[in-house]
Design a protein around this ligand. Structure first.
Ligand SMILES: NC(=O)c1ccc[n+]([C@@H]2O[C@H](COP(=O)([O-])OP(=O)(O)OC[C@H]3O[C@@H](n4cnc5c(N)ncnc54)[C@H](OP(=O)(O)O)[C@@H]3O)[C@@H](O)[C@H]2O)c1
Length: 329
């Protein structure tokens, strides 16, 4: 495993990290979760991501149970939670969250943090992120609340996920003016279909303010691994019950174009003796502004394959990167 500093912090995160979105509790039961966690940890992964909204908090519970049964020492791994959506399924109208059970108010940020700690069964979160910006949110309220949670020892680092750069900058400047601990990380999508935010929009934040990035969906939910070359298989993520909205989200009305691009990189992967999943992951790690690439896996076999991306990394010379680029213009 390789490790990188989280932006300007000296905290060392593994360049590959493991997330719980959709997989935990749907594609993986507790036993499968534990097996994947053990495999990830044994290969040096030290960061595990979750959020209050993932399966209504159940993903956090499963991650916590897995860590407990594997007996990891608390100083050997990092975990994250994300706040905003509450624990209700926001794609369903059944049992919606009440107004105080979601959002970025002091009340919900504080309650959601306490609830995440309980679900994980830990004393503190390494990372606590505002899952998306919220219309009408208060920079001061968010920054002071996060600072208080840090002072209380419940959170070590805080940050954002998919926030416009200008909103993150406003948070950083407010924290500087008020001697508060600033946001340290952002969690954006980053893959061969989604590059602009990481490669352009966040550049000043990374270089001038030491923002770290833990990026998500490096395989575009499996599209880049070739999972959807022949359509949507019944055992795939896009066929998972309750996630019918995901197909539109992943393809963004460019289904054929994306599947064709994913097919074309197979030739490059073959030339490197790699799989497409390994190539797409190595490509994401290659960007040194990225602290850690969050991967998802539905089996130990997928996880083991994905860990092989580290062997592909040294093979990504400029000529190879140019060839990859040509397929994703
Ligand atoms: N901050 C945010 O808003 C946000 C949003 C999304 C995700 N995340 C985090 O980022 C993590 C990773 O995102 P992601 O799960 O979308 O990552 P991803 O790597 O793009 O997708 C993972 C899925 O791709 C398929 N896959 C993985 N390895 C494969 C392989 N070797 N061959 C073929 N298919 C493979 C599996 O789907 P099948 O089940 O179909 O096999 C797997 O569940 C999440 O778990 C979550 O923690 C954060």
């Amino acid at each position: 495993m390789q490790y990188r500093s989280l932006g300007s912090s000296s905290l060392q995160l593994s360049v590959l990290s493991f997330g719980s979105w959709i997989t935990f509790g749907t594609r993986l039961d507790q036993r499968g979760t534990n097996e994947c966690l053990a495999c990830a940890f044994d290969h040096g992964i030290n960061f595990f991501d979750s959020a209050e909204v993932y399966l209504g908090g159940e993903a956090e519970r499963m991650l916590g149970r897995g860590i407990e049964s594997l007996g990891w020492s608390r100083d050997s791994y990092c975990i994250s939670s994300k706040v905003l959506f509450g624990t209700a399924d926001n794609h369903s109208t059944a049992n919606p969250s009440r107004p105080t059970q979601q959002g970025l108010s002091r009340k919900h940020i504080t309650e959601a943090c306490n609830q995440a700690l309980q679900r994980f069964g830990v004393d503190y979160l390494d990372f606590y992120l505002c899952h998306r910006p919220e219309p009408g949110m208060s920079t001061a309220e968010i920054a002071w609340t996060m600072n208080t949670l840090i002072q209380q020892g419940k959170v070590l680092h805080w940050g954002t996920s998919e926030w416009p750069a200008e909103d993150i900058l406003r948070l950083i400047e407010f924290c500087q003016q008020n001697c508060l601990i600033p946001p340290q990380l952002e969690q954006p999508q980053y893959n061969l279909f989604h590059r602009k935010r990481v490669e352009r929009e966040y550049q000043p934040l990374i270089h001038e303010h030491g923002l770290g990035l833990t990026t998500w969906s490096p395989l575009a939910s499996g599209v880049l691994a070739g999972r959807y070359d022949e359509g949507i298989a019944v055992d795939s993520r896009l066929a998972t019950e309750g996630f019918s909205w995901l197909e539109d989200f992943v393809f963004e009305n460019k289904r054929d174009e994306r599947i064709e691009a994913a097919k074309r990189i197979k030739t490059i992967a073959d030339e490197l003796g790699a799989t497409r999943a390994q190539l797409a992951l190595a490509w994401a790690i290659k960007n040194e502004a990225v602290t850690s690439v969050l991967i998802g896996a539905s089996s130990v076999a997928q996880l083991q394959e994905n860990l092989g991306a580290l062997d592909v990394l040294p093979k990504l010379e400029n000529a190879v990167l140019r060839k990859i680029d040509e397929n994703f213009r």
